[in-house]
Design a protein around this ligand. Structure first.
Ligand code: ATP
Ligand code: MG
Length: 195
């Protein structure tokens, strides 16, 4: 009987500025060097592309939409991701989004059921480092940044990602993306994913 290998669906989460996109681009290089077919989707970018068709102009406007509208966009983005069939599908996203109504999950149960992640990677760094990385990046229109907010966000992240593991039964690897230690973090993630 022909048995096609299922693709691995790796969900990478981390609060803004922690370094997800930086890590993902290096991981992809390594996986491609090892002849793996890989796709990378930024969940936020995909949601924004869908939202643009509905008149949203700025990426940072997304999280200001009513939660019900964001949930609809999440579902559509999840369906697109679920249809990808590369050997390794990487999803660059957030465990939660700060909204006017409070923190809401980036990966609610209905989204997890559609994507069916096989692994979660939760990226963190020292709050001071995240603060500095956010301050350096002036391409984004970020909310007010304080150290105590960043600490709170790291706490919320670990709670949200634990819930994802319980819902899906898939493991979570916690990775520290230390200052100047991108390669170290990348190697740990590649080992986790497996080549
Ligand atoms: P967002 O959620 O807003 O997309 P992100 O988690 O994808 O953020 P990046 O854009 O990858 O974060 O990184 C934010 C900034 O931090 C960038 O300027 C990047 O070069 C820098 N950075 C990432 N990792 C490290 C590291 N280990 N040491 C030093 N700087 C880093
Ligand atoms: Mg990013």
């Amino acid at each position: 009987m022909l048995c096609l290998a299922e693709s691995k669906k790796i969900v990478m989460v981390g609060i803004p500025g922690v370094g997800k996109t930086t890590l993902v681009s290096k991981i992809v290089e390594i996986l491609k060097d090892h002849e793996k077919s890989v796709s990378v989707t930024s969940f936020g970018t995909l949601m924004f592309e869908i939202a643009k068709e509905n008149g949203v102009k700025d990426r940072d406007e997304l999280r200001k939409l009513p939660v019900s509208k964001q949930q609809e966009l999440q579902k559509m983005a999840a369906e697109k991701i679920a249809s990808q069939n590369e050997q390794i599908v990487i999803i660059d996203t957030h465990a939660f989004i700060s909204s006017k109504e409070g923190y809401y999950p980036g990966l609610p149960e209905h989204v997890l059921k559609i994507i069916q992640p096989t692994n979660f990677v939760s990226v963190s760094a020292k709050p001071e480092e995240i603060y500095n990385r956010r301050m350096k990046d002036d391409t984004r229109n970020r909310d007010k940044i304080t150290l105590s907010n960043i600490k709170k966000e790291l706490d919320v992240q670990s709670g949200m990602i634990s819930a994802c593991a319980v819902i899906t039964g898939s493991p979570v690897k916690h990775i520290l993306n230390g200052e100047g230690k991108v390669d170290e973090a990348v190697n740990k993630i590649v080992t986790t994913i497996g080549l």
